[in-house]
Each structure stands twice: as C-alpha cells, then as structure tokens.
Design a protein around this ligand. Structure first.
Ligand code: SIN
Length: 528
C-alpha cells in the first residue's frame, strides 16, 4: 500500500544528530533497553512521541508473569505460554522468555520496583490460562505505573541517557538493507530532524488505536510497525490481535481496563439476565484463554440483545477487593460504581498485538542495524494468543538481549549518509481526525474479534479507497498518524483475509476451526 516515506525531504537540509544507541519509545521495552545499553554506550538517546510516561506500560494493571513462586517452574510457564499461543509460538523464543524472565524481574526489583508482598513473600496472583499463581503486581493493580516510575527514574538519572519527548517517528533511514537512523518530527517545534545511529531500536508499542474500542492510550497508533514496513522490514502475525474481555463500557465515558486479575481473584461474569455463563463455555470458566472469554461474551451479548455483560465480585470480602484493586476501585468510584458491591458493565476491547516487526532471538530484524522489542516486535513468543502478563516480561527479556547482541559490535556506519523523500504531492485539506474515527469504526466492525470473508473484503475495499491519500505529502502529526494507522489496518486485514481458519486471537466465523496447514506464519515485506 504505502509509499516509501510520509514526507518529502533531503537529508542535507534537516538537522542531523548522531548518537551511539538510539531507542524509539519509552515504555518498559524502550526504557529498559536504554538502561541496559548505558552499561556499554556513553550516548544513548530515547525519542518518545509525547511525555516519557505516555505509554501503554503506564496503564498496565494486572502484572508481570515470572516463574518465581514455590510451586512454579519455568517449564510450567513455558507449557502455559505454548498452550495459549495455539500452535504458533516459537518454542525457543518462549524458552528464552521463561528462563531469563525471573532474573530480569529481579533486576527491576534491584532498580527499586516494589512488588506487593504478603508475609514477606512476593504475593503472586493468577490470570487466565495460567496453571500457577505467577503474576507479580504492584500497589495492587498499578504494576505498569510502578515499573514505568522505576525505569523513568533510572533513565532520567543516568548521565549517559538523554530522553527527547514530543518526537514522532516519521520514517526509518535505510540503505542497502542497513538501517542507520530515523527521521523524526519534533512536533512542538514542527521541525523534521534526522537521528543517526549504528543501533536503532524500535520500542514503539502496538496499534490498538486502529480500533474504536481499545485499552491502549492515544499514542498507540502503530507508528513503528508502519515505518518498519515502509522501509522494507519483514512484519509477521499481524492478523493476531488480542481483545481483552473486560473493559468498562459506560456510555460517553472513556474505556477503562478492568484487569484480568479481578477474575483471577474470584470475579465472575454474569449476562444481562444475571446468569453466570462462562462454565458453559470452558472448563477454566472465567479464567479460560482470553479469546475464548471474548467470544463467549459476544455470544451472550447477541443472545440477550445487551451491549454489556457484568463483572461481579459481590461474593467476595469488600475490604479485600478494595485493598487488592485500589486503582480500579478509585476510578469506578468516580463513575459512581463500587467494585465490590456493584455489577460492573464490561465488554471486550482491542488490547494487544501479537504480531509486529519480525525479529530473531536478539531482537534483530530483517534490516541490519534495526532491532525491535516489546509490542512492536514479533519474536514469536506469543504465537496466536498471548498469555496474560507475558508482555511486560517480553519487553524486558528481549530488550536486554538486543543490548547483548549489539555490544558485540554488529552495528555499522554506512560509507555515506544519503536519503531523500520525493514525489509526494501537496494534498487537499482533509479532516484526518474524522478519518481516524472512520477507520476505527471500520476495523471494529469488520476486523474485530469475529471476522468473515465478506466483512474483510468490505474493509479491504475501503482501505484501498483511503490509500489514494498516500500520494499526498503528510504535513501534520494527525495526518502522519492516520497514514500509519491505515498501513497497519491494511496489513491486519489482508492477513486476516488470507488466514482461512480460526486460531488464537484470529477468529473467522466462516472458518471456525484451526486447520493444520495453517500452522504457519504470514510474513509481509514491502519491496523497496
Ligand atoms: C490485565 O491486567 O488484565 C492485563 C494484563 C495483560 O494484558 O497482560
């Protein structure tokens, strides 16, 4: 679909800043990678789209999974991850995740992360599809905020790391298959700048904002995936989008995640008629894999004609509920709801991209010098469906591995820096904010948790109509974001259309079963 660049530019005409190690994104993956890199590089630069804490990590509630409990082992964690991944996990990537994970989590604790404890021991909870209690959490349900706090402090206090906020990744600079920098928009100054480095790490998160209903913050518009694809990097598994089953749905109010840990601690789901329905759908009931819970909810919504199902904790001790989930309780209170006593109206919303920029076991992409970690990346660790709370862990483990790999000296400087974007024409005035809304509606309706050939074809036709806008030079942040969202929406829809089976987070109503010949990955690469 895409053109090579979003803007016309000549490298010699933009400010150029050279650094040793460049990270784009400031969630757990980006900040941890920057922190780890500062042990070997004197000049690490983090570019981030808004403020350092405007990340999906900041909003993560449930926790971080690691086999650190007395009845647990990396082997059990490995088995649970593979089983959630529905045949598409890379077993080696999973083995790396579960065996290296505990040490990375300990490092976070050494940096100052305070995970909740009971009787002096880590207080581990359970979430869907985990057979053991292995989720570490902080301040009850503010795990992401605690990790973000610790990593932001570590990065801010390091003399070797600079953080530049309000920098939007426009495009990657690549020559002959080697990435050597990025073009970024300093959107406060409205200036294009080139940041050049032998090691470029994408940690820009997923693309939840291509959906109308999402748990992701506004910044998560797929910029890293889109820029990498435009530059010719391989992207993989993009049809697999995870929808979170329980997101607060109150008309006119922003969506708000109600952590799976709430069900892990005994919360149950009721339909509009007040019946508990999950035991009818799966032996693990409310703790079944997320895609199973999501589809069960959708069936109940259709059966009862309601917009929401209800999460109920009425049978639990209210004091314990409020103490365990202070952030959620507080937010619900603002909306006049009591987590312990009221039935909380919820519905599924887009939450996590299993697919992304294809990487190896050290975060290396198909372009030399370009690495990716966290949600933007796809090392194959989540397969077709991510096990809850594995994503924070994934950011740490593969971020750390990038540093190990790159410090062996694989980064290289091109003989000459040269790049030029040209041929884009000035466009007519277009309301890109409105188009973003239309794109989100389209994706929610036709490429949501339940898909079919007819809906996917309709979506592809509309996306192709919008593609004509790619002839125009992008001049605003809104337009650039729309074009990134469009690119990712197209990749997701195309992959979903091609995969004529159901597996993990991808469900086709017209092909409702998994098909053995589809136990393989869809990899896209743009010819540049
Ligand atoms: C949650 O708290 O339910 C989200 C955890 C996750 O997506 O891993």
């Amino acid at each position: 679909m895409a053109t090579r660049y979003l803007v016309n530019f000549a490298l010699e005409e933009v400010d150029r800043i050279e650094v040793g190690f460049l990270v784009i994104g400031s969630g757990i993956a980006g900040l941890y990678t920057a922190h780890a890199a500062s042990a070997y590089w004197e000049d690490v630069l983090v570019l981030t789209k808004r403020g350092i804490d405007d990340t999906a990590t900041e909003h993560a509630q449930g926790g971080i999974a690691a086999a650190v409990g007395p009845n647990d082992s990396p082997l059990y964690h490995y088995e649970d991850t593979l089983s959630a991944g529905a045949g598409l996990c890379d077993p080696t990537a999973v083995e790396i995740l579960v065996t290296e994970g505990p040490a990375r989590v300990e490092e976070l604790m050494r940096l100052g992360a305070r995970f909740d404890r009971a009787d002096g021991r880590l207080d581990l909870t359970r979430e869907g599809a985990h057979t053991r209690r292995r989720i570490l959490h902080a301040m009850g349900d503010a795990t992401g905020a605690e990790i973000q706090r610790v990593l932001s402090e570590a990065v801010r206090s390091s003399p070797k790391i600079t953080v530049m906020e309000n920098h939007f990744l426009v495009d990657l600079l690549v020559t002959s298959g080697v990435c050597w920098g990025v073009l970024a928009l300093d959107w406060r100054e409205l200036r294009l700048k080139a940041y050049l480095a032998p090691v470029v790490v994408l940690a820009t998160g997923g693309a939840g904002q291509i959906y109308k209903h999402t748990t992701n913050p506004e910044v998560v518009t797929g910029d890293g995936i889109a820029a990498a694809y435009r530059a010719g990097a391989e992207v993989m598994d993009l049809e697999f989008v995870q929808f979170h089953p329980t997101v607060l749905l109150l008309e006119g109010l922003p969506r708000f995640l109600i952590s799976e840990a709430v069900r892990g601690e005994g919360g149950i789901l009721l339909n509009a008629q007040g019946e508990r329905f999950m035991p009818r759908y799966h032996p693990m009931a409310e703790l079944a894999p997320r895609d199973v819970v999501v589809r069960a909810i959708l069936q109940e919504l259709e059966r009862t004609g309601s917009q929401v199902v209800y999460l109920s904790l009425e049978h639990l001790d209210p004091e314990l509920v409020h103490a365990r989930f202070p952030t959620i309780s507080q937010r619900l209170k603002v909306y006049g709801l009591d987590l312990a006593r009221d039935r909380i109206p919820v519905a599924p919303a887009a939450h996590y991209f299993m697919g992304g920029v294809k990487t190896g076991f050290y975060g290396e992409t198909s372009l030399r010098g370009l690495y990716a970690c966290g949600e933007v990346a796809c090392p194959g660790v989540h397969g077709a469906n991510r096990l809850a709370s594995n994503s924070l862990l994934d950011g740490l483990v593969f971020g750390g591995r990038i540093v190990e790999y790159a410090r062996r000296g694989v980064g290289e400087k091109p003989a000459r820096w040269e790049a030029r974007g040209e041929g884009l024409i000035p466009g007519p005035p277009v309301d890109y904010s409105r188009l973003k809304g239309e794109l989100r509606d389209l994706m929610q309706t036709w490429v949501g948790p339940v898909r079919c050939a007819e809906g996917l074809s309709r979506a592809l036709r509309q996306l192709a109509r919008w593609d004509t806008l790619n002839r125009y030079e992008a001049t605003t942040l809104e337009e650039m974001e729309f074009k990134d969202m469009l690119e990712v929406a197209y990749l997701v829809t195309e992959a979903a259309w091609m995969r004529t089976e159901s597996r993990g987070g991808h469900y086709r109503a017209d092909f409702p079963q998994p098909v053995p010949r589809w136990q393989r990955h869809l990899i896209f690469r743009r010819q540049v």
